[in-house]
Ligand binder design. Sequence first.
Ligand SMILES: *Cc1c(COP(=O)(O)O)cnc(C)c1O
Length: 393
Amino acid sequence: MSYNVNEKGYYGEFGGAFIPEMLYPNVEELRQNYLKITAEPSFQEEFDSLLREYVGRPTPLYFAKRLSEQYNTKIYLKREDLCHTGAHKVNNTIGQILLAKRLGKTRIIAETGAGQHGVATATVCALMGLECIVYMGEVDIKRQAPNVARMKMLGATVRPATSGSKTLKDATNEAIRDWINNPLDTYYIIGSVVGPHPYPDMVARFQSVISKEIKAQLLEKEGRENPDYVVACVGGGSNAAGTYYHFLDEKDVNIIAVEAAGLGVDSGESAATSALGKVGVIHGSKTLLMQTTDGQITEPYSISAGLDYPGVGPMHAHLFASGRAQFISITDAQAMDWGIKLSKTEGLIPAIESAHAFAVLDEMKFKPEDIVVINLSGRGDKDLNTYIDYFNL
Ligand SMILES: *Cc1c(COP(=O)(O)O)cnc(C)c1O
């Protein structure tokens, strides 16, 4: 069984490109060029050099000594929180902006929920001197004021999405509408392993630097490339795809995907797509999707804006359906408690998204000799107000 994408853009039965006729030329241009361009030595050199000099890669693989003692197993943290802008998302936006430039595009659009992808996109647009328009739900603009301010400082225009629930999926609809209207000069930077083929594969490849580094770092520290477990939180699934990528076909590596259960999987306030989702099409891709019996998308909920998405990328839908990955849902309360616990145990304040991943330590049993790599996808600065309100800090 293959866990990677096939030539038609599918992971098993998931993926593909379900797009309006009007978008076909844009997506087709990308599909025909992304592998060719990203394989060029000059692309590779510029990508690697920016990841090194601008993002700060390689990020450390940190042995969490106190946490390991408490849980009687070997726990390593991949420190994506140390990336410039505070999370893994910039790995992808750097890759896509280099691709956009080589395709001759001059105008960049993006959608954002929590604002993190918007900031990562605005950052690389400033770096390259390109116009940047970020669509964001009106509700999210209010919830995420510091990130809106960051985007503005970086020179981006933030356009509110005022339809529907005024959150991420509505912002995505607006961005798609913009792209249809501006097919020639505009490049659409998608922030996760979602959207029509080739986006999920392209984003996974840009993020795969995470697992490439983990292999080299583990070899140096432990004398073997493969851990026993890799763990990551899944919103759309880009940090997880990057963490799993070079281990997909390594059968000795257990893959753990952590979703947001919100107030509880059966509470009606959840974003646990694998538990609640059915096969459907969202944002151009066939995948698992939370929906009503007549196919309306269900409003997801999680305290972490980055996991508050009603679907997962097609790679993850396939990892779930094939049983290659084990999916676990973690509630708001468990994740928030881990926000404090990781801070006090290791001096690391995690993004609330990332905090979800750590709760597997309470849900699963690991052996003393196991090597467990948890991806610390981002730092918690952006979530300080949520932590303050939740804990009355
Ligand atoms: C955006 C975000 C996520 C969720 O997005 P994925 O595409 O699932 O990785 C997770 N962690 C952090 C810190 C984020 O900013």
